[in-house]
Write a protein that binds this ligand. Structure first.
Ligand SMILES: Nc1ncnc2c1ncn2[C@@H]1O[C@H](COP(=O)(O)OP(=O)(O)O)[C@@H](O)[C@H]1O
Ligand SMILES: [Mg+2]
Length: 345
């Protein structure tokens, strides 16, 4: 390994290794995540993209112990937090969902901004109390210091009259303001790792840009690693350093944002890019749709899971063998038989 790579490896904050999330249901086994692997580094934003249902949320919930029974996980989620454990990574999947360790990490060192702030915020507690609760759980601050910090946080996320707003309830805020409060709660303890799961879906474009700028500003200050989950590829272009494309529970392509836009390799990524307005791959503004649909979570597709929808599928290969996820040059890692004969499962 080169010196450069070693330096980079020191900055890994979170690493998924062959993560599986499954739900044994009466109808069969739902395989929500089917062997996802990625690393995310300090001070970077990794965008996780892919059609709805491909496991973006579930793979992130696993890291903060939010997979509810009968759901179960396999693989490893290694968290490198130099504040604990003498620099050794800890495997988050080794903790029980509601163990003391998981509760101390969730909302503290690893935080999440959810898609729907209305369900994530309590309707019966004042906003201030909800921020106070996080600070009480994760810091040694006394009551007065917590109040000061909560007001600072509200101001920091752009909520004016913080002391007055502290005493209000979530229904008294607009959608954009609620999302700001969620961010204040998520960032209250200066997490090393932030998952932002569709943080701006449903907000209008101006507010969307403000929220994403806010996350970027806070990232600049704290150097946190961010996993940004979004189906909006315009948001990705503006905000991500690297992009991981998910399909049916796996990462199928991973590269820096420029490479993903200018030379996507996986036929699925190419199809996604063709559907983006302004992409060099879109034909004259005519937006392509990807043929077919994502297989259901109970379905088991032999070979490459994308082959039934793939224009370039090689008969006898793609419908038979799963391609390995491997680097094909110094920029792109991809799981596709078109780029050589990496044997998969
Ligand atoms: N509690 C659950 N029980 C059974 N299946 C689930 C549950 N939660 C999610 N799934 C399934 O897991 C798959 C991945 O879901 P999700 O991670 O939410 O996708 P995404 O965030 O990419 O839209 C979907 O097929 C979904 O139906
Ligand atoms: Mg989701």
């Amino acid at each position: 390994m080169s010196e450069h790579t070693d330096d980079r490896e020191r900055d890994v904050v979170l690493e998924l290794r062959d993560l599986h999330v499954e739900y044994p249901l009466d109808e069969g086994l739902v395989r929500a995540v089917r062997g996802a692997s990625y690393k995310v580094y300090r001070d970077e934003t990794l965008a996780l993209v892919g059609e709805s249902g491909c496991g973006k949320s579930q793979s992130s919930y696993a890291a903060i112990g939010l997979i509810q029974p009968p759901g179960r996980t396999r693989g490893q989620i290694l968290f490198h937090d130099d504040r604990d454990n003498g620099g050794e990574p800890i495997d988050l999947l080794s903790f029980e969902r509601n163990s003391r360790q998981m509760r101390s990490i969730r909302g503290g060192r690893i935080a999440m901004v959810f898609q729907e702030p209305m369900t994530a915020l309590s309707p019966v507690h004042r906003i201030g109390q909800q921020i106070d609760e996080v600070l009480r759980l994760h810091t040694d601050l006394d009551k007065e210091a917590r109040f000061t910090r909560a007001c600072e946080l509200l101001a920091q996320v752009g909520i004016p009259d913080a002391e007055q707003r502290y005493r209000q309830y979530s229904f008294e805020f607009s959608g954009g303001m609620r999302q700001r409060i969620m961010i204040a709660i998520a960032l209250a303890c200066r997490p090393a790792m932030l998952f932002a799961d569709e943080p701006t879906t449903g907000l209008d474009v101006t507010i969307q840009a403000q929220i994403l700028d806010l996350i970027a500003d806070l990232q600049k200050q704290t150097k946190m690693a961010v996993v940004l989950i979004t189906h909006d590829l315009a948001v990705v272009a503006e905000n991500a350093d690297r992009v991981a494309v998910m399909y049916l529970g796996r990462i199928v392509e991973l590269a820096d944002v420029k490479t993903i836009y200018l030379s996507p390799r996986h036929p699925y990524t190419i199809a996604l890019m063709r559907s983006v307005i302004g992409s060099p791959l879109a034909d004259d503004g005519r937006l392509a749709t990807i043929r077919g649909t994502v297989p259901g979570p109970l379905e088991d597709v032999p070979g490459c899971p994308f082959h039934p929808r793939c224009e370039k599928a090689i008969p006898g290969v793609c419908n038979v063998r799963m391609p390995a996820f491997r680097p094909i040059d110094d920029k792109t890692t991809v799981a596709c038989h078109l780029y050589g004969d990496g044997d998969g499962e």
